[in-house]
Design a binder for this molecule. Sequence first.
Ligand code: LLP
Length: 434
Amino acid sequence: MPSLTAQQTLPTPAGEPHIHYLDGQLHIEAVPVAALAKSLGTPLYCYSKSALVAAWQAYWQAASGRDILICYGMKANSNLAILQLFAKFGSGFDIVSGGELQRVLAAGGDPRKVVFSGVGKQAWEMSLALKAGVKCFNVESTAELRRLSEVATGLGQQAPVSLRVNPDVDAQTHPYISTGLKENKFGIAIEDALDAYRFAKTLPGLKIVGVDCHIGSQITEVSPYLDALGKLINLIQTLQHDGIALTHLDLGGGLGIRYDDEKPLAPKDLLDAVFAELNKHGLSHLQLVLEPGRSLVGNAGLLLTEVQYLKHTEDKHFAIVDAAMNDLMRPALYQAWHGVLAASPRHDTKPITYDIVGPVCESADWLAKNRSLCIQEGDLLALESAGAYGFVMASHYNARPRPAEVLVDGPTWQVIRERETFEDLIRAERLLDL
Ligand code: LLP
C-alpha cells in the first residue's frame, strides 16, 4: 500500500488507515476516490477490502485459543460480496429475517453458523431456518417459543434455542439503538427468564442450547457489557441448579467505532474482560458467540457525493450534493455525525461553514451540519464511516435509484452492486386497466 504523506493541512480520516491522503488526493487503499467517481458516478458507496480484513482480524486475534463463534451482524451491510468475504474468513452470521438467511445462503455462508435473532419471526421464516439447519434461534418471547415448537414439530425436528434475555442495563448510547432496557421491545425480562426456560423445556419441538442478549449499538465502554454479563452469569448458574445446561452464551454485537472523536473499545479489551469473568465463575466451557456488525464494516466504507450547488442564505451556507437522506439515512434518523472529507482539498478559497444537504424535499435531508470546507461546485466529497447501516437503510424516496457499491482491493476495484436504473424502480409496479 502507498505510504501516507504527512500533509498537515489535510483532515484525518476517521480511524481508518486504509482511507488516506496521498499527494493531496483522497485514496481508498491505492485508488484515488476521484477515479472511482469518474468511472462509476456518484453517489457511490466504496469499501476497502483491507479494512474489512483488518476489522475481522481484530476479532479473530482477540479470540485466539478460545472457543468463540463470530456471527457477523449482517444487517449492518448485507451486500453479497461482503457476506462472501466474511464467509471465507470463517464467519457465522446473525440474521433477523428469512431474507437475510437467503442472502447468507446465496453468498455461500454456512447455515450451521447462523443465529436467528428478531422479535417477529414468522412461521415461514422459522421453517426456512430449520430446513437450512441454523445453529440457534434467539427467541424473544414465550409466544415465539410456542410457535417455534409447533413449526419444528411439524417438520419432525427440534429447534435449537437460546432465550434472548433483556438484562435491563443502560448501554449509554442513542435511544434508538439501545435495546437492553426494560422499556425496549427486545428480549425476555431477566426476572422472567427462568420461567421462560422452564416453559421451553416442556415444549417437544425445542432443544435449549444457550442464552443470548444484545444491549445496544455503538457502545464504547466495557461496563455495560459486564453489567449484562453479570446478570447472565447469575441466570446460567440458576439454570444449572434447575437442571438446564447451556452450551453457549451469546453477548450480541454493539462495539462502537470512531465517527468523530469516540475512543472505541477494541475487541480484545471486551473479550479479555468477558473471559476473565467466565473463568472466575467456572463457566469457561461455554462457547462465546458474538454478533458484531458496525465494528466489522463501519469504518471500511465511504459514501462519495458531488457538490451540485453552493447556496448562501442570510443565515446559512448550504452545499447541495447529489447524495441524500434516502442514500444515507443515519443523520436524518439519529442526528448521526459522519465526517466529511474533500477528495481534493483546495487551498485557493477561504473555508466556509456549510450544511451538507441533499436534493430530497424534506428539511431532515441533511448529511452533515456546520462543517468548515473550501469547496466549489463540482467538487467531490466523501462521507466517512458509511460502511455500516449505510446502503442497507437506503430507500427510493423521491424516485431516486439507489447508489452503486464498489469494493477496492489495493490498486484494483470491483463493482459489487450496479447502480439502479429507473426500470429497477418501477419493475414491480403495474398500471391500471383504464
Ligand atoms: N445483534 C442484534 C440482535 C442486533 O439487533 C444488532 C443491531 C446487532 C447484533 C449488531 O449490532 P452492531 O454490532 O452493529 O452494533 N441502524 C442503527 C443501528 C441499529 C442496530 C440494530 N441492531 C445505526 O445506524 O446506528
